[in-house]
Design a protein around this ligand. Structure first.
Ligand SMILES: Cc1ncc(C[n+]2csc(CCOP(=O)(O)OP(=O)(O)O)c2C)c(N)n1
Ligand SMILES: [Mg+2]
Length: 290
């Protein structure tokens, strides 16, 4: 199977949904553990004050969304054999990406002292945002990272930079709604004008509209769905909404199925654009400056 494969009528099985959910929950647990725990990583004994970090840096808000996207993208790109990187823009998203790379085995491969057992997990939790440890944003030491997240604003610029002249690469770029208020991010929605589907890869911007920049409301969340859709459409993006209502009693099973269907729809649309570009080939206008 080559990349940019369309899989119309793709239905995820019960087993796949259960596996996505288990991955997501494990990554969430490991993210909370990194933010809060100095010791007692598997909570085998009752939690005490000494188990908890005295000074917390980083916050939980963005992490379940980042982990959710990572788990779902893994499913879709494995099925399509699609070469992909994941760029995490939102503030303090570090624990999510560290958790996912630990779960897939890469972390222990690169850092042999962070072993795949309880002691390794203890060290992994302790080192996060701790003196002598690792930063709370994705950083050069995060496995596979090309994107330093500490200064917000560059998720899309880095994503497009990775996609240019890399025709088989999909870059899933998660943008924080707070990050989106920075000047660099606000202008980089326009980078789509520079992409040529026959020469370049594809950037899939995913706006993580969790409503807040740490604890304060974000503009893109408050302007409402119609205005935000118009704004992004005006920038030349096709908008797909995925929402989970506050306080919903929708099951996780249903939420996972809905998101998997949305992601498949988006990836099928991208495959169609790539197929059309391959057919037209060099007739497509080259991007400015070529
Ligand atoms: C350029 C820049 N300004 C300010 C900050 C401080 N800061 C860290 S996280 C954050 C909030 C970012 O909001 P969002 O991207 O929505 O992430 P979330 O809070 O939802 O995790 C801010 C303002 C920063 N890291 N970089
Ligand atoms: Mg946010």
């Amino acid at each position: 199977m080559s990349s940019w494969t369309a899989l119309p009528d793709n239905a995820v099985s019960d087993e796949t949904v259960a596996r996505i959910d288990r991955w997501w929950r494990a990554a969430n647990y490991m993210s909370v553990g990194q933010i809060y725990l100095l010791d007692n990583p598997l909570l085998r004994r009752p939690l005490t004050r000494d188990d908890v970090k005295p000074r917390l840096l980083g916050h939980w808000g963005t992490t379940p969304g980042l982990n959710f996207l990572y788990a779902h993208l893994n499913r879709a790109i494995a099925e399509r054999q699609q070469s992909t990187i994941y760029v995490a823009g939102p503030g303090h998203g570090g624990p999510g990406l560290v958790a996912n790379t630990y779960l897939d085995g890469t972390y222990s491969e690169l850092y042999s002292d962070i072993t795949e057992d309880e002691e390794g997990l203890r060290k992994l939790f302790r080192q996060f945002s701790f003196p002598g440890g690792i930063p709370s944003h994705v950083a050069p030491e995060t496995p596979g990272s090309i994107h330093e997240g500490g200064e917000l604003g560059y998720a899309l610029s880095h994503a497009y930079g990775a996609a240019f002249d890399n025709p088989d690469l999909l870059v899933a770029a998660v943008v924080g709604d707070g990050e989106a208020e920075t000047g660099p991010l606000a202008t980089s929605w326009h980078s789509n004008k520079l992409v040529n589907p026959s020469h370049d890869g594809v950037v899939l911007p995913i706006l993580h509209l969790n409503g807040y920049k740490i604890a304060n409301p974000t503009i893109l969340d408050r302007i409402g769905q119609d205005e935000l859709t118009s704004l992004l459409t005006g920038y030349g993006h096709k908008v797909h909404w995925f929402e989970v209502a506050d306080g919903t009693d929708e099951s996780f099973d249903s939420i996972h199925r809905r998101f998997a269907a949305t992601l498949d729809e988006v990836l099928d649309e991208i495959a169609a654009i790539k197929a059309a570009a391959a057919e037209q080939g060099e007739d497509l206008p080259a991007r400015p400056g070529r």
